[in-house]
Design a protein around this ligand. Structure first.
Ligand code: COA
Length: 368
């Protein structure tokens, strides 16, 4: 049986839709035409969300109004349900996926399909995602959630809510940069999942729940947590060469390395590597950073593979005193912006996704 060339495993290089939101050009990532380096240096996460959703950066009045609409209020009944997750051994991403699905149950207009309705749901869900992640993390540690503050950025609110202390200006800036870098990434697996789900004209929350389940996987957003676990397992710089030797010889996947589209480097990894230098001040973090740089150099020279966004992000989050178990949920705190943009774009010109599978099974079986 000859499998047709169009049967592309993993849909590599397949164009599944047109998009104006974000794109990858060799080693550059653009959101709505702006290079990610430019946005990371000169804008805030809130401005980037506005850009992704509307196509333009806001002026100061628009930004002020937009910020005021990003209200964070977790319904009490949902908090109670989330508290009951605390003892469960399920992955924090499974808890977050369930919490977001439950959050949709509190929206009496969940089924509305207009662009205005999608925008409203995007605002609420984007605002609340950090509060959900923080509350779930605190419940897991037997602590009470900290309510969000008004007139405070999403970055500052999140760091305060999850750590229980006011972050410094530098910490807010670094975390805000990480949020900007993770906000969208063309037709990655979770964005594609969101578009496939919403293309059936189901509700916004179903699409976001699908995207969260997709991001959870170690081959996608789950890699950031795996990188830190990998470093802890290697232990110290003294064991790094043995680890690399084993990984290369046994063809094991090194987390945070490789990418389907970037073949000459991921700009987000370059930025995170650079900004992590300033904040990795403890001997442990310095050693981890040193280890990552060595792995990067070896994987590039021996296998021609480069780091992706997940390679250095965990280091930054660790330096911000965040726990590895929360790293993938933190990815979602940012990527909700991109998923929402992708959902709105999909529904402006929708056609249900329905590809074909090339059948390779038998065709002549009989029950009796
Ligand atoms: N470590 C070691 N080798 C890797 C690798 C990694 N992280 N990523 C890819 N490779 C190798 C593969 O073994 C394969 O080698 P081969 O041709 O000798 O068989 C080749 O590179 C192509 O890899 P493939 O898995 O087909 O690439 P993909 O485009 O299907 O997958 C990723 C892309 C990102 C899923 C893949 O690179 C990966 O699993 N990386 C680790 C997980 C990760 O960091 N995910 C976050 C993505 S942002």
């Amino acid at each position: 049986m000859t499998i047709p060339e169009s049967a592309n495993k993993g849909l590599e290089n397949i164009i599944a839709c047109t998009t104006e939101i974000s794109t990858i050009h060799d080693t550059t990532l653009l959101y709505r035409g702006y290079a990610i380096e430019d946005l990371a240096a000169h804008t805030s996460f809130e401005e980037v969300i506005y850009l992704l959703w509307t196509g333009n950066l806001p002026n100061s009045k628009e930004l002020q109004e937009f910020r005021a609409k990003l209200t964070i209020e977790i319904p009490d009944a949902l908090l109670k349900m989330m508290e009951s997750f605390a003892q469960m051994k399920t992955h924090p991403m499974a808890k977050l996926r369930s919490a977001v699905s439950l959050y949709g149950m509190f929206d009496p207009e969940a089924e509305q399909q207009s662009q205005e309705a999608f925008f409203e749901k995007s605002l609420k869900t984007t605002a609340i995602m950090g509060a959900l992640v923080a509350a779930l993390s605190r419940y897991t540690d037997g602590l009470k959630p900290i309510p969000a503050q008004k007139n405070v950025s999403l970055a500052e609110n999140f760091l305060t809510m999850i750590r229980g202390k006011t972050p410094t200006k530098d910490e807010i800036k670094l975390f805000d940069t990480a949020l900007i870098l993770h906000a969208d990434h063309e037709l990655n697996a979770s964005a594609f999942a969101a578009r496939v789900v919403i293309s059936t004209t189901t509700d916004y929350y179903s699409a976001i729940t699908g995207a969260l389940g997709t991001l959870k996987g170690p081959l996608h957003g789950g890699a950031n947590e795996q990188v830190m676990l990998m470093l802890a397992e290697i232990g110290s710089f003294a064991h790094i060469d043995a680890f690399i030797e084993d990984a290369v010889n046994a063809k094991k996947k090194v987390m945070g390395i490789g990418h389907r589209v970037y073949k000459h480097g991921d700009p987000r990894a370059r930025i995170l590597k650079e900004v992590s230098e300033k904040i990795c001040t403890t001997p442990q973090l310095k050693e981890y950073r040193h280890m990552l740089i060595h792995i990067q150099e070896q994987m590039e020279s021996r296998k021609g593979l480069m780091p992706n966004v997940d390679f250095y992000s965990g280091l930054l989050y660790s330096a911000l005193d965040l726990k590895p178990r929360d790293f993938t949920p933190i990815f979602a705190v940012s990527r909700i912006a991109g998923w929402s943009a992708q959902i709105m774009e999909q529904m402006r010109n929708n056609r249900i996704y329905r590809p074909r599978g090339f059948y390779t099974g038998p065709t002549d079986r009989k029950v009796s």
